[in-house]
Design a protein around this ligand. Structure first.
Ligand SMILES: [Fe+2]
Length: 387
């Protein structure tokens, strides 16, 4: 079966790389960028080096800094208006997943008919969008290198997953200096999102030899450096390794897909308004324990990649160590439990059947190595709550 491997044509990494934004945009032959970002990024001065590089290269720009924590249809429409009013010819997304996801949707809705909700699902977008440069300021979503965007349709309260090669940014610039100001809790949550991407991509039924390289390398980097980045946000080496891990995990899952963890976590986010990274993190070990018997060789490889010695163990014993490795990490970086996140057990049980249906409908659980029914997912929500 044929496999397509996609990543942005240009990826720039390293401390200070954001200072190359202007010269990269100049190479694209465009003249005016609409910067899509949020007010916090503007307030902390994270745009400074990027704005300087735009000016040095003669690129004019205007700023749309109205992005909320959750990208919605309404903000896609506002961004389209700003782009047209300000007569821009490219988009520069600077921020976490919300800014980049919104910019992806704006990019293709400037060149395609109808509403973004018409394109829910995979490969429905027909025309290439306007040029998009993505500069992440968190290390976790990997959105700068993926073909997906998640936009909330506020009319129906649905988190729409929209995917297609035409959503891939033309340039991704991953500068760890932009992540230095992330507080520990955000470092932990976004880092766990990246770990979920990497582990899910590696065990996915759609995993392939190229996605495997990126997935395993991301798991190793996160296992080795996420604690250090969490413990001391100024540790630039750790910040750089975690940012590269996030990027690699993004490349991995955009080419092999996420699985049951992300499938189950989106309904938690929609129903209990838990940040994406945390809704994944509270499910990860429970889902690994459930799934590993379907492909123990892959989980055993994760155990080894996370530094566990599997010599002399049978493959199932070795596979189970991957759960211990992730539990250790979750404990060390103080990921809160569902209870600590304010989710009441009775409400979770009450909502679990609908959440399980939404999880299955997303398609992600279909890529899980061990298959699941609606009943299985309900039981997994309950098990994750008391784990
Ligand atoms: Fe994610």
């Amino acid at each position: 079966m044929q496999k397509i491997f996609r990543m942005p044509p240009t990826v720039i990494t390293g401390a200070g790389s954001a200072g190359h934004t202007g010269s990269e945009i100049k190479k694209m032959g465009v003249k005016k960028a609409l910067i899509i970002t949020d007010k916090v990024i503007v307030e902390i001065g994270a745009l400074k080096s990027i704005e300087d590089s735009l000016k040095e290269n003669g690129i004019s720009y205007s700023v749309f800094d109205d992005i909320p924590t959750e990208p919605t249809v309404e903000y896609v429409d506002k961004g389209i208006k700003a782009y047209r009013n300000d007569k821009c010819d490219c988009l520069l997304a600077i921020g976490g997943g919300s800014a980049i996801d919104t910019a992806k949707a704006i990019s293709v809705m400037l060149t395609n008919e109808g509403e973004i909700s018409d394109y829910m699902g995979l490969d429905k977008i027909k025309n290439s969008g306007v040029p998009l440069i993505a500069v992440p300021t968190t290390a976790g979503t990997g959105s700068e290198v993926t073909i997906f965007t998640i936009i909330t349709d506020t009319h129906n309260d649905v988190k729409m997953l929209i995917g297609g090669g035409l959503l891939m940014p033309q340039v991704a610039i991953a500068d760890p200096l932009l992540t230095i100001s992330m507080p520990p809790a955000l470092t932990a949550a976004t880092g766990m999102d990246a770990l979920c991407h990497a582990i899910e991509a590696y065990v996915s039924l759609k995993a392939n030899p190229l996605s495997d390289i990126f997935a395993l390398s991301a798991i190793e980097l996160l296992s080795d450096f996420l604690r250090a980045a969490w413990a001391n946000g100024n540790n630039l080496e750790a910040r750089e390794k975690v940012m590269i891990a996030s990027l690699k995990a993004g490349v991995a899952f955009t080419n092999s897909s996420v699985t049951l963890v992300h499938g189950m976590s989106r309904p938690i986010g929609a129903n209990f308004h838990v940040p994406h990274g945390l809704s994944n993190a509270v499910l990860l070990t429970t889902v690994m324990e459930y799934s590993l018997m379907a492909n123990p060789e892959r989980y055993a490889k994760i155990s080894e990649t996370m530094g566990f010695n599997t010599y002399g163990l049978n493959v199932l014993e070795a596979a189970k160590l991957s759960v211990d490795a992730v539990k250790d990490l979750v404990r060390d970086i103080k990921i809160p439990s569902m209870q600590e996140l304010g989710i009441e057990e009775s409400r979770l049980i009450e909502k679990a059947p609908k959440m399980a249906e939404a999880a299955i409908k997303s398609g992600s659980p279909g890529n899980n190595p061990r298959q699941v029914t609606k009943e299985d997912i309900i039981n997994l929500y309950k098990a994750a709550y008391s784990s």
